[in-house]
Design a protein around this ligand. Structure first.
Ligand code: TXA
Ligand code: MG
Length: 345
């Protein structure tokens, strides 16, 4: 049976565990989530403990398609309804004013709340079953804080171990996440003063958003709400990652090999560069690249290399989500590459 077809018994058991205050990992179309009952502060605290995530970093609440967003948020602007009609279920998270009765543990103490309705059939089945479809499942990506997000159930087991030897009570398997990078996050919580603000680029582009609400979202200024995915050192493998312009890849590989260093290489076209310890060719479309990206980073991380070289993708707007994640994976590793390339004295 396809992993995309939810197994009713597994869904019922997982929903029951969530209702008991346990953690359940589940697939979404973006990445796998580490879920807990959003209205149970003790359950939400388990997410922060399992991830090693600071408690002031807000979580996204996942809702069933028929959910009442008026239960979760207030002062909902018309643009939110338009975007929900256009993109839900799907990889778009909206930040709105949090309704007063929703515990602030889920939003790291902020007065806003992140809401998303995922399209993955297993996620939808779980959300429909949990509290009869009226609950919300708080879920960050199911990885340790700062690490690469998981796009398969195996990645989740690699991060946390398998139940019962794990802080997770269950892991639902829904195959490989289709989109592969986290949802686009749009802040509508300060519409009157700031307009729509793009907190995290993703599969749904600023242009697609503008086509619905008639205005291109602004980029965050210093006063925008905290988004942990916007920290510099996010989405990073353990091995340093360096972005290399296509025209320099061959020379960098050759010089690293000449210096006795082991390089792993993520390329965008096949060719012959024999001097690496591992090599992967990624698809040449933004959607294909995003779909493969995190599994590729994990594979390269396991290759025992001194550095992971990534042939830089194009910089066009449709590559924004991918380039954002690559820049964060590489954060301050450029200095590592420079040091490896320095000729020995
Ligand atoms: O695709 C996704 O969004 C995945 C799947 C599981 O749905 N989830 C995800 O969660 O990426 P997480 O926690 O890894 O990243 C969520 C981001 C964080 O950067 C968080 O700070 C931001 O959303 N966020 C959540 N609620 C927020 C709020 N009220 N205000 C500002 N940022 C918020
Ligand atoms: Mg994350």
């Amino acid at each position: 049976m396809s992993e995309l077809i939810p197994d009713p018994a597994a869904i019922a058991a997982a929903a029951h565990l969530l209702e008991q205050g346990e953690l359940v990992a589940f697939p979404t179309e973006t990445v796998y989530g580490l879920g807990a009952d959003a209205e149970n502060p003790q359950a939400v605290a388990k997410i922060y403990a399992a991830k090693g995530r600071p408690a002031n970093h807000p979580l996204i609440v996942h809702l069933a398609p028929a959910a009442d967003i008026g239960y979760w948020a207030e002062q909902i602007p018309a643009q939110a309804q338009q975007l929900i009609a256009a993109f839900w279920p799907g990889p778009l998270t909206l930040i709105l004013k949090r309704a007063a009765h929703i515990p602030d543990t889920v939003s790291g103490g902020q007065d806003s709340i992140g809401l998303r309705c995922p399209s993955h059939p297993v996620a939808q089945a779980l959300l429909r079953e949990f509290k009869g479809g009226r609950g919300g499942v708080a879920a960050p990506s199911a990885n340790k804080f700062g690490h690469v997000s998981p796009t398969t159930a195996r990645h989740v087991r690699d991060e946390f171990g398998a139940p019962p030897q794990s802080p997770l009570a269950a892991i639902l398997d829904g195959g490989q996440s289709e989109v592969g990078i986290e949802s686009t996050i749009l802040d509508l919580s300060r519409m009157a003063s700031h307009g729509p603000v793009l907190l995290r680029p993703g599969h749904i582009s600023p242009q697609q958003i503008a086509a619905v609400i008639g205005v291109v979202p602004a980029l965050p200024d210093g006063a925008a709400p905290r988004a942990s995915g916007t920290l510099e050192a996010h989405y990073a493998p353990v091995t340093p990652v360096a972005l290399v312009a296509p025209q320099h890849v061959a020379e960098v590989v050759r010089r690293l090999a000449a210096g006795g260093h082991r390089a792993a290489l993520m390329r965008r076209a096949s060719g012959s560069l024999e001097e690496t310890c591992a090599q992967l060719v990624l698809p040449d479309t933004p959607a294909g690249y995003a779909h493969a990206l995190y599994a590729a980073l994990r594979e390269m991380d396991a290759a025992g290399a001194d550095i992971i070289l990534v042939e830089a993708p194009p910089t066009g707007p449709e590559w924004q989500g991918v380039n954002d994640r690559l820049r964060r994976a590489a954060h301050d590793s450029t200095a590592v590459l420079a040091a490896l390339l320095k000729p020995a004295l």
